[in-house]
Design a binder for this molecule. Structure first.
Ligand code: ZN
Length: 77
């Protein structure tokens, strides 16, 4: 299981290939099951669609090499 906190009011929980998205930032108590959908760990764009860099998805976790590098840099900082 992976928990990806995006803000104090929103997060993604990934269990297997299912992702649950919880967001209360707009006070709407959004809880969604995003089945078999994957999102870039860096920019949050849906994988399978490029995030503007016109690159194919880099891997299962990132939409592009740029996003992969950015996250790596953040983790090292
Ligand atoms: Zn990205």
């Amino acid at each position: 299981m992976k928990i990806d906190v995006r803000s104090p009011q929103s997060l993604y929980i990934t269990i297997g290939n299912k992702t649950f998205y919880i967001d209360d930032s707009t006070n709407e108590s959004i809880m969604e099951l995003l089945e078999d959908e994957r999102y870039c760990n860096n920019c949050g764009s849906k994988l399978g669609i490029d995030c503007g860099d016109a690159e194919p998805d880099y891997n299962e976790e990132f939409c592009s090499k740029g996003c992969y590098k950015e996250t790596k840099n953040k983790n090292n900082a």
